[in-house]
Write a protein that binds this ligand. Structure first.
Ligand SMILES: Nc1ncnc2c1ncn2[C@@H]1O[C@H](COP(=O)(O)OP(=O)(O)OP(=O)(O)O)[C@@H](O)[C@H]1O
Ligand SMILES: [Mg+2]
Length: 486
């Protein structure tokens, strides 16, 4: 219970809000200038970041809390010396603002207890410097996805399950302000003229927003969280995303510079796998990554990161993945990694894989290894690149060595469900063989899929390549058997 709010003597607001201040971009609506000193504030309170209370039934204590927060926020904006704000280094500024807010808390409402005061100060700092209500969710390491459908409906995927969050934005305007703040940091914009935008949060998370009129029920935001540190191979082994045998094959394939496609449905863990496997790249290899919104977190020193660019407001200046792959080839790459193949760049990547950039990788949205090949084929033909199908397939067959299929199974577990080798062509068909697989056996009492990882008994034909590269694998690794049940 928040003590003492009913007695807070809120004085009328004397100085106008500093609308243009960088720190007031999402300043709450001004209090009525004749705000009565004590009791219940009249207009229904904005519920900016209210993590733990249900959004429906406003409780008088919350109203008082929100009013106090707005009030202190406004006093803060009044006090900021804008000339100094722009000159100061951000961490010093944050420290100074914290002091001012703490001081204001004490002078405005000395009856706050320690926790209340800390929460209030943190929330005001989040509103001023950060992403408002989103900050709370962004700090939660267990969240994989944040889905905002308008200001009051926010869902998160936590531990494999989608649930409604109690965090809400004040209103449409508040949500739009936060979106604007996020995208303008990376030099992008969102407005009626360009209502869809991709960006990246400072913590590396991928951010997408689509606003009205394209989204019908308010601005819609989707955030893919990657946590403060990328998942490692040990984390994924622990989660039973694959077995040590599968990891041994993937590691050897990476070191021996096989070309790898990671295939999977949406949110199946493709980018995570790409990141994790990239840790096996030799430190002296020059890696060039190409992405639409940079989300790869490669551990190597020698990485050059390139990002595509959407057209500007006049429709000019777009830089596509194809442009970047072409440019990358002139940058002496040892390996090229394309975050996700979506279109014409597929052909450039396949050609790069065939012309001395072995060890390249990409991901593709597809539901099986076979489907991955046909998706790549479709992307090339949709891009209007007319190539005889047989010629195209034989390029695929010689370029691609391994397809790793990721899947998000019912109930949330993410697993590598197939590792298949591309062997070659037979007639017009690309021939593949599966080496390891996960076979789902059923659904348990918690509606969670279970099954077993198996070795199919097939030994890859590239064993000699692994051996030449000094990463030979024992043939016994591939003996047909069940590897692990989960
Ligand atoms: N094996 C795993 N176990 C638990 N969580 C995982 C696992 N793999 C990935 N994740 C988490 O799941 C989420 C989705 O992963 P990721 O972004 O790699 O999927 P994706 O297939 O690339 O998705 P998209 O199709 O949207 O690009 C991330 O938050 C990631 O941290
Ligand atoms: Mg991805």
């Amino acid at each position: 219970m928040l003590k003492g709010f009913g007695r807070t003597p809120f004085g009328p607001r004397t100085t106008p809000g500093l609308g243009a201040a960088p720190t007031s971009a999402d300043e709450p609506p001004p209090l009525p200038s004749e705000a009565p000193p004590p009791p219940k504030p009249t207009p229904p309170p904005p519920a900016a970041a209210r993590p733990r209370e249900a959004p429906k039934e406003p409780n008088p204590a919350d109203e008082a809390y929100e009013t106090l927060k707005r009030h202190i926020h406004m006093r803060l904006v009044d006090r900021l010396d804008l000339n100094r704000v722009t000159e100061m280094d951000p961490s010093t500024l944050r420290g100074e603002v914290r002091n001012v807010v703490e001081h204001l808390c004490d002078s405005e409402n000395p009856l706050l207890n320690r926790n209340e005061r800390m929460r209030l100060v943190n929330e005001i700092l989040d509103e001023t410097f950060g992403f408002g209500p989103l900050e709370l969710l962004l700090k939660d390491e267990k969240i994989a996805d944040i889905m905002i459908n308008g200001p009051r409906k926010i869902f998160v995927e936590k531990e494999g399950r989608i649930q409604r969050s109690e965090v809400v934005f004040r209103d449409d305007e508040h949500l739009l302000q936060i979106i604007d703040r996020i995208v303008s940091r990376v030099g992008r914009r969102v407005d009626e003229a360009s209502p869809m935008v991709d960006a990246r949060l400072p913590n590396g998370s991928r951010f997408n927003a689509i606003i009205p009129p394209l989204s019908l029920d308010g601005a819609t935001v989707t955030i893919r969280m990657f946590g403060s540190r990328p998942l490692t191979k040990d984390d994924l082994l622990r989660f039973k995303a694959f077995t040590p045998e599968m990891l041994a094959l993937m590691e050897a394939a990476m070191r021996a510079r096989l070309n790898i496609i990671i295939s999977g449905g949406t949110g199946s863990g493709k980018t995570t796998l790409l990141n994790t496997l990239s840790s096996f790249i030799q430190p002296d290899h020059r890696v060039i990554t190409i992405e639409d919104a940079a989300e790869l977190q490669l551990q190597q020193d020698h990485v050059v990161r390139l990002e595509t660019r959407p057209p500007n407001i006049e429709g000019r200046g777009a830089v596509t993945a194809t442009d970047l792959v072409k440019n990358a080839l002139r940058m002496r790459p040892d390996r090229i990694i394309i975050g996700e193949c979506r279109g014409a760049e597929t052909l450039d990547m396949i050609q790069a894989m065939n012309t001395g950039h072995e060890g390249s990788m990409t991901t593709v949205h597809a539901n099986s290894p076979r489907d991955a090949l046909s998706r790549l084929e479709t992307m090339i033909s949709m891009a209007g690149l007319e190539l005889p199908i047989r010629a195209l397939r034989s390029q695929f067959a010689s370029a691609i060595d391994l397809i790793i299929q990721a899947s998000r199974l019912q109930g949330g577990p993410r697993k590598v469900v197939s590792i298949s080798e591309v062997i070659g062509m037979e007639g017009d068909m690309i021939i593949m063989q599966e080496i390891f697989a996960f076979r789902q056996l059923g659904i348990d009492g918690n509606s969670r899929a279970y099954g077993e990882f198996i070795a199919t008994g097939v030994r890859p034909t590239f064993m000699d390549r692994l051996e030449y590269a000094g990463c030979a694998l024992a043939p016994d690794l591939f003996r047909a058997r069940t590897l692990l049940k989960d």
